[in-house]
Design a protein around this ligand. Sequence first.
Ligand SMILES: Nc1nc2c(ncn2[C@@H]2O[C@H](COP(=O)(O)OP(=O)(O)O)[C@@H](O)[C@H]2O)c(=O)[nH]1
Ligand SMILES: [Mg+2]
Length: 292
Amino acid sequence: MSWLEKLKKGFQKTATLFSFTKVDLSQLDDVEEAFLQADVGYHTTSEWMTKIAQKKPQTPEQLRQIIYDMIVEKMAPVSRSLSVDTTRKPFVVLMIGVNGAGKTTTIGKMGSFYKKQGLKVSFVAGDTFRAGATEQLQKWGERIGSRVYTAQAGADSAGLIYDALRESRLNQDDVLFIDTAGRLHNRSDLMDELKKIVRVIKKIDETAPHAVLLVLDATVGQNALAQVQTFSEMIGVTGLVMTKIDGTAKGGILLALTDRFHLPIYALGIGEQVDDLQSFTAEQYAESLLGQ
Ligand SMILES: Nc1nc2c(ncn2[C@@H]2O[C@H](COP(=O)(O)OP(=O)(O)O)[C@@H](O)[C@H]2O)c(=O)[nH]1
Ligand SMILES: [Mg+2]
C-alpha cells in the first residue's frame, strides 16, 4: 500500500462524514454536523459555513472542492517535512507528550526514516520512569541499527540525557532523539523534569534542543488542545506529530489545533509499523480527509 492509500484508509472514518450525496443550501446542517463530528472545532466550522453559503455549491462535488480548498488554505502554512540540520552533530530532537501518545514509537519510525537517508541516528531512553520503556526503545534501536543510550530504571533522566548528549557529540551523530516520560506523579512534576532536561541539554549545546516535538494521539480529540496549551506554556513546543489517525473519526482535530496554535505539523502516524509515519502535507491531508 502506498502512503497515500494508507492515509486514506486511516482517515476512512472521518471521510464517511463528508460523503454527502446531495447539497441543499437551505439545509446545510449536515455539513456543519460533519465538521463538528470530525473535531474541526467551532471556530473553523462557523468560518467555513459562512464561506460555503457565499459560494453556493450546487453539487456534492462542488461542495467537496470548496472544503478541499479551505483545508489546503488553512494547513499549507503549517505543513513541514522531516528535514534536519545535519551540521549540528547532533541535531537534538526532544520528544514530549502524555503517556501513551506514541512518543517512543514515533522516535523509532522517525529514526528509521533518517537512517534510510544515510544519517547517523541515536536514541536516548529518557523515560526512566515507566517500566519497559527502555526495552521498547532498545528494540527499535536493534531493528534499525541505532545506538540507544540507557540508564537503570528509576535513574535520573536528566543525568542520562546529559551523558548521552556528550557522547553523541563525540560520536558525531547526525540526529539524537530524546525519549521522555509522559506522566510522573503529577503535571508539575512532569513539567519540572522536562525543564530540567532542557537545562542540562543547553549546558552542552546552547542551541539545543533543535526541535521539541509534541506527540498527540488523534483519538483524544478536543483534549489535544489542552495538551498543546499546557506543554507550550511550560516548556515550549516547536512542532507537532499526530499519531493513531487510523481508526478515528476525529481527523479534523489538526484543523482546530492549527486555528488556535499555528504550530508546524511534522508528521502523521497511522499505524504501529515502521513505515506508518510520514511528513505532513496539506494536499494529502485534505484528499484523505475527504476520501477523494
Ligand atoms: N494504531 C496506532 N498505534 C500507535 C501509533 N503510534 C503509536 N501507537 C501505539 O500506541 C501505544 C503507545 O505508544 P508509545 O510509543 O509506547 O507511547 P508513549 O507512551 O508516548 O511512548 C503502543 O502500543 C504503540 O504501538 C499509530 O500511529 N497508530
Ligand atoms: Mg514511551
